[in-house]
Design a protein around this ligand. Structure first.
Ligand code: SF4
Length: 281
């Protein structure tokens, strides 16, 4: 399966490299491309490590509506970013492979991650999240502006439940389920060190529990998902016992979207309290 490389030959303004030239682009010309939900299941399960998973995610084309939307946004661009080249591809997880905290968001923003190629980068949501991670000692800098800005996370990996920017920030249930094997495999690969998962908002909450029920995750984490599933509540915490004796903490947190941060529904102290608990798990 050959990979499309629409921007091949351009020189990226940050790296000065050709091919896609994007800072941290995980894919190569030989990275296999998922074109169906079945491909996502197979390629997700077959990714041996996070580097390979990131590469496979970044070239996925399994959801026709989202592929069309992300690429259309990348072509038309927002007026304020008219001079930028957009990523226009799925956005992989970001953070070290031995993270003990995972942060699960909804999906990349059309002019955030879909523009910059890095999750929670280049928009107000990213500003809030990365500033909070920095205050908690989990990031080396308080800002997340573009993929070559030097941001490094410590002990935390940030992922999206759906890896492509959706129209109106609303993926369909089918799109969420199609993308689920990427999330499930990511959690399974993090399992050896994972102690806490911070879930941003109700949509990601549903996706996370579906991922935890996925057979590969259940086997990797060695735990049983409770029934009925816990309800999403900001600050609500569920402790899952693993057979090995360790525990996995799952914390709900309002999403760092502008609807929540501009209105005061989510404040910096509320976010800091969540990350303090996650860091102490
Ligand atoms: S949303 Fe997920 S499954 Fe669908 S095209 Fe994007 S990366 Fe692939």
């Amino acid at each position: 399966m050959a990979r499309e490389r629409g921007s091949r030959g351009q020189v990226h303004e940050v790296t000065g490299r050709r091919d896609t030239g994007w800072p941290g682009d995980p894919a190569t010309a030989s990275t296999p491309v998922a074109r169906t939900a079945g491909d996502v299941t197979g390629l997700g399960a077959g990714a041996d490590d996070l580097a390979e998973l990131d590469a496979r995610v970044s070239v996925c084309r399994a959801c026709a509506r989202l592929v069309a939307w992300r690429e259309s946004v990348a072509q038309t661009r927002r007026r304020s970013f008219a001079g930028d080249r957009y990523w226009g591809r799925p956005v992989s997880g970001f953070g070290p492979a031995d993270a003990h905290i995972a942060v699960v968001g909804l999906a990349p923003a059309a002019h955030g991650g879909n523009r910059t190629g890095r999750v929670f980068t280049g928009d107000r949501s990213g500003d809030w999240l990365v500033a909070a991670l920095h205050r908690a000692g989990l990031a080396n800098q308080p800002t997340s502006v573009h993929a070559g800005d030097g941001l490094a996370l410590r002990g935390v990996r940030v992922v999206a439940a759906v890896r492509c920017a959706p129209p109106g920030n609303r993926p369909t249930t089918v799109e969420r389920d199609t993308c689920l094997p990427w999330l499930a495999r990511e959690i399974a690969l993090l399992a050896p060190t994972l102690r806490s998962i911070v879930v941003l908002g109700g949509f990601a909450w549903q996706a996370l529990w579906s991922a935890l029920r996925h057979r590969t995750v259940a086997a990797a984490l060695d735990l049983t998902v409770p029934r009925p599933l816990p309800r999403f509540v900001h600050g609500g915490e569920t402790l899952l016992a693993r057979t090995c004796g360790a525990r996995l903490q799952v914390i709900g947190c309002y999403h760092v979207s502008q609807q929540n941060t501009f209105t005061g529904r989510l404040t910096e102290p509320m976010l800091d309290a969540v990350f303090t608990r996650a860091a102490g798990a």
